[in-house]
Design a protein. Structure first.
Length: 282
């Protein structure tokens, strides 16, 4: 769930499609449709997911591939502003007027009247966070976005955002090596806020060590699953509504990630998997 909105337990992130220069747009759009067909009805995009010569590139891909599904409500879209591409640079601009302009551009690119969930992509060190979040609140009041959130934030930054307006979701990495990553997860678990976990397979630092572990090997065989699918299944039982945002440029990988939502882990298996994930980081 994303607040009151029913969404798929695993999301698909479009960033990798835009940044995969070997793909043409027709193939990128096809892969987006594969993701939805596989069950990923929550799609993550952003202004920053652009090519060097086309602003809002990824959002336009989503619109062309999934426009009718967005309009009938069968697909939910997350987008983000306050961060953009300028050639090979990715500047941050959290000024309220910049966020408002970013959102208007995203609305046009996506071809919708309101964005399901719109997030501040990254806090701007030169702009008070409260001002950036205030811009999100204004967009919601204007009916241009339905829900608002923040991304790449610490627990204290999340609390500061909440002091301005109701925050519907947070999008961060879930990284065992980062203390504040777990601090954010613990906090949102207590308050029931969805945690969108991008780059989820990055939680394992040493895949060779993890995949060769006897317990992981045995569990994968028992479940008929890959080690990567086990990691996604483990994320799905981490307290809060953790929604992994997966990304891939191969149909097989997209379908494999989506299928991880069907894996059922016991509490003991989840704990032991967590132990092995932690061990892989050392």
């Amino acid at each position: 769930m994303l607040g009151d909105l029913a969404v798929s337990s695993i999301a698909f992130g479009g960033a990798g499609l835009t940044f995969a220069e070997q793909l043409d747009d027709a193939r990128r759009e096809q892969l987006l449709r594969v993701a939805v067909d596989a069950g990923c009805t929550l799609i993550d995009t952003a202004l920053a997911y652009s090519t060097a010569d086309e602003r809002h590139h990824n959002e336009r891909l989503v619109a062309r591939a999934l426009g009718s599904s967005m309009r009938d409500g069968s697909v939910t879209v997350i987008s983000k502003g306050g961060h953009y591409r300028d050639g090979d640079r990715f500047p941050i601009d959290g000024r309220p007027e910049a966020i408002a302009a970013d959102c208007r551009g995203s609305l046009a690119a996506l071809g919708v009247d309101a964005i399901d969930l719109y997030l501040l992509h990254k806090p701007d060190p030169d702009v008070p966070l409260e001002e950036s979040v205030g811009a999100l609140a204004t967009l919601r009041e204007q009916g241009l976005v339905k829900r608002v959130g923040v991304s790449n934030v610490s627990r204290d930054e999340l609390r500061r955002a909440q002091s301005v307006t109701a925050i519907d979701a947070v999008e961060n990495r879930l990284d065992l090596a980062l203390h504040d990553s777990w601090a954010v997860l613990s906090y949102v678990t207590k308050i029931g806020m969805p945690y969108l976990a991008y780059s989820p397979l990055g939680v394992v630092r040493d895949w060779q060590k993890f995949s060769a572990n006897d317990f992981v090997t045995a569990l994968a065989a028992e479940q008929g699953a890959s080690p990567q699918q086990l990691v996604l299944a483990w994320m799905l039982v981490q307290g809060a509504t953790v929604i992994p945002i997966t990304g891939a440029t191969r149909e097989e990988s997209i379908r494999s990630s989506a299928a991880a939502s069907e894996i059922q882990l016991t509490s003991e298996q989840a704990v032991r998997l967590g132990d092995q994930i932690r061990a892989s980081a050392g």
